[in-house]
Design a protein around this ligand. Structure first.
Ligand code: FA5
Ligand code: MG
Length: 416
């Protein structure tokens, strides 16, 4: 009743079985790990549904960028919202200089159609191709897919906005009193502040332009007295790199990652005479703060109580979501002995597939290694809550048992 039977077919794929995604067929192989419940989300394109909160927020960002980047009265930014979420592993990783042994390539972290194709894990997967097509400044919005934690701010499908801006020496140094005294590039050394090919001026000015642009965006969204902080970060495709955190309901929440684009990436895209910045932000995280949406699952709600609150609104209007009321939660624990190959993300996938959006959170609450047999056991607490009605303990138990059965049959765990 809660989980359609198709979505219970998870993880196990027969070799050679064909997979159809957005009208194209893919041959499955040992890398295939996409689940039916994830497949259901591909093509939903929440960011393109008129008056969906994610669509309203993206329009607001577009309007900020169009206004901020005017050249002789013409906007120089272009915006993309229809790039397919199916990308090659080359686009998602190699094009971004992600090393071959980098942990993010692990099938534990991403959804693969097969060893060559995957659901993009970030919108950065499009950076190189869009630069190669000749663009200097653009934003991209799209759905991204990750095997990740399960709680109010994490969901296996979410949306990102990518932004890129490139500068020629003429553009970057236009404010400098003697532009001939500064250069974009040098053969120097890499340090904390710059890449080996960039002059310190290049890195500093690009970093400054990036931070001012993003701080401006946040103030345009949230007003002047927003509390923000920059934190140093690492990405293989930018240096230096930062994350921007925003103070929300008593805690600092990471909203985006960004940095000065690796010159090697721009060289490979045929833009070696320019330098630039890039950022990638989590659209749900921003929308949750902007509209006071308490749980990331609500974005997938088809309930009129949710969507109606955003209808007939202009993207610049202030909207505060009023919770339909919070229904009580039910918590059930599950303990099992794990086989050697077990990873928590496999279990989270099963919980999401079988429990669907009834699951609010999954927490690993205990780990135990038997002193004699050496076997390990995990205990998880699953918190259930219906978004639109009261869930009874019996209903929660029913789903919980389905999860136990699926974990036992698909992961080879032994329920204790
Ligand atoms: C990236 O994805 C980089 N591609 C960002 C980037 C782009 C850096 C361009 C440099 C240049 P990260 O994994 O930190 O970075 O994700 C970016 C943002 O996505 C996070 O700050 C957060 O707002 C959001 N995010 C990440 N994981 C989740 C999740 N499971 N659910 C919801 N939002 C998430
Ligand atoms: Mg991050």
């Amino acid at each position: 009743r809660y989980a359609d039977s198709a979505s219970q077919r998870t993880l196990k794929h027969n070799f050679g079985e064909k997979l159809e995604v957005l009208g194209k067929t893919y041959q499955t192989d040992h890398f295939t790990n996409i689940t039916a419940s994830i497949l259901c989300k591909v093509g939903k394109n929440l960011h393109n549904i008129p008056n969906h909160p994610l669509q309203l927020l993206y329009q607001r960002m577009e309007s900020y960028f169009y206004k901020t980047f005017l050249k002789r009265g013409n906007p120089i930014f272009s915006s993309y919202n229809r790039l397919s979420p199916v990308v090659t592993t080359e686009q998602n990783f190699d094009s971004l200089l992600v090393p071959h042994d980098h942990i993010s390539r692990s099938p534990f972290d991403s959804y693969y159609l097969n060893s060559n194709y995957m659901l993009r894990a970030h919108t950065s997967a499009h950076q190189r191709d869009l630069v190669q097509s000749g663009l200097d400044a653009f934003i991209v919005v799209g759905d991204v897919y990750r095997r990740d934690a399960v709680d109010a701010t994490h969901y296996p499908v979410f949306h990102q906005v990518e932004g890129v801006r490139l500068f020629s020496d003429f553009e970057l140094f236009s404010q400098v009193s003697d532009p001939t005294s500064v250069k974009l590039f040098e053969n120097g050394v890499k340090d904390e502040w710059k890449q080996e090919k960039h002059t310190l001026e290049t890195s500093t000015l690009i970093g400054h332009n990036l931070k001012t642009t993003l701080e401006g965006l946040m103030r345009a969204l949230f007003g002047e007295d927003l509390k923000m902080q920059w934190v140093n970060a690492y990405f293989p495709f930018t240096h230096p790199s930062w994350e921007l955190e925003i103070f929300h309901q008593g805690e600092w929440i990471e909203m985006l990652g960004c940095g000065v684009m690796q010159q090697k990436l721009l060289d490979s895209a045929g833009a070696s005479s320019k330098a630039g910045w890039a950022f990638g932000l989590g659209l749900e995280r921003l929308a949750m703060k902007l509209y006071s949406i308490p749980d990331i699952r609500l974005f997938w709600s088809t309930d009129s109580g949710f969507l109606n609150q955003f209808q007939h609104k202009h993207f610049n209007e202030n909207i505060t979501y009023k919770a339909v009321s919070k229904y009580p939660q039910c918590a059930n624990d599950i303990s099992f002995w794990i086989p050697d190959s077990f990873t928590s993300n496999d279990f989270y996938d099963i919980v999401r597939s079988v429990g669907g959006d009834l699951v609010e959170q999954v927490k690993l609450i205990d780990e135990f290694k038997h002193p004699k047999t050496g076997r390990s056991s995990h205990c998880y607490r699953i918190v259930y809550r219906h978004m639109e009605k009261t869930l009874t303990q019996e209903e929660a138990n029913e789903v919980h048992q389905l999860i136990e059965a699926a974990a036992a049959s698909q992961l080879g765990v032994e329920i204790r």
